[in-house]
Design a protein around this ligand. Structure first.
Ligand code: CTP
Ligand code: MG
Length: 235
């Protein structure tokens, strides 16, 4: 019988260049806590998640300045981030190898998605436990899509049927993910590496509120979303 243990892995070693702030965006303040805190908490909200590994830059000095005690042993920092997200995830999977079995599930989740809702996480775990391949959270594209020409004018309208926006978590078995990321060059998500093996990850529908904080205005949006769910600012 295959294992159904679930682990989280949060790559949090990026520089947040598009945010253009003094510190990497995972440490920007959101309701009195670093954004990373909310992403960790969101994954740990489901008791089926055993541990969340957080992949940090080797020189990270900030993680340990924040309190993580409320999560006990369920948060494990790994100081092995790499030059790209792909490298950070792969390094984290290798570092976690002593804890994880090849059949264990790993949910890779961006530090920059602090608004993951428990209901969509539960839906994902329910939909994929026992699956042969794994899958990702995403949302069907809602807007009409235009392809631009080099001058910024509309070249044509693209059909949006069956197009999805990929989000995280991206959930695959540890052994499969290690193999997939080890084989592929730089890809922007885990599913792409698994697809390159000829497999078809499942799309699990989530919410558009699971946005990735990328630009400064996104932080305010994330705060509004969390506050609307009753989250209170910490002193
Ligand atoms: N990430 C990482 N290691 C890297 C680059 C990115 O762990 N070398 C992480 C980020 O910390 C983030 C996630 O991957 O949690 C998604 O990446 P992105 O949103 O692109 O974050 P940054 O790379 O930090 O931002 P930017 O691209 O604007 O510099
Ligand atoms: Mg990036």
């Amino acid at each position: 019988m295959t294992s159904e243990q679930f682990f989280g892995l949060i790559p949090a070693a990026g520089a947040g260049e598009r945010m253009a702030q003094a510190k990497p965006k995972q440490y920007l303040e959101l309701l009195g806590r670093p954004m990373l805190y909310h992403s960790v908490k969101a994954l740990l909200a489901d008791p089926r998640i055993v541990t969340v590994f957080v992949v940090l830059a080797p020189a990270d000095q900030e993680f340990k300045r924040h309190p993580w005690g409320e999560f006990g042993e369920r948060v494990a920092p790994l100081y092995c981030g790499g030059a790209t997200r792909h490298d950070s995830v792969l390094n984290g999977l290798v570092a976690a190898s002593s804890t994880l079995e090849p059949d264990d599930w790993v949910l890779v989740h961006d530090a920059a998605r602090p608004c993951l809702a428990l209901r969509e996480l539960q839906r994902m775990l329910d939909a994929l436990a026992g699956d042969e391949v794994g899958g990702i959270l995403g949302v069907p594209v809602a807007d009409t899509l235009k392809r631009a020409d080099a001058t910024g004018r509309i070249q044509r309208t693209e059909a949006r049927e069956q197009l999805w926006q990929a989000q995280t978590p991206q959930m695959f078995r540890h052994g499969l993910l290690l193999e997939a990321l080890g084989r592929t060059a730089k890809l922007s998500d885990e599913a792409g590496a698994v697809e390159a093996l000829g497999l078809k990850p499942k799309l699990v529908q989530g919410y558009s509120t699971n946005l990735k904080v990328t630009y400064p205005e996104d932080l305010q949006l994330a705060q509004t979303i969390l506050t609307s769910r009753g989250a209170q600012a910490c002193e």
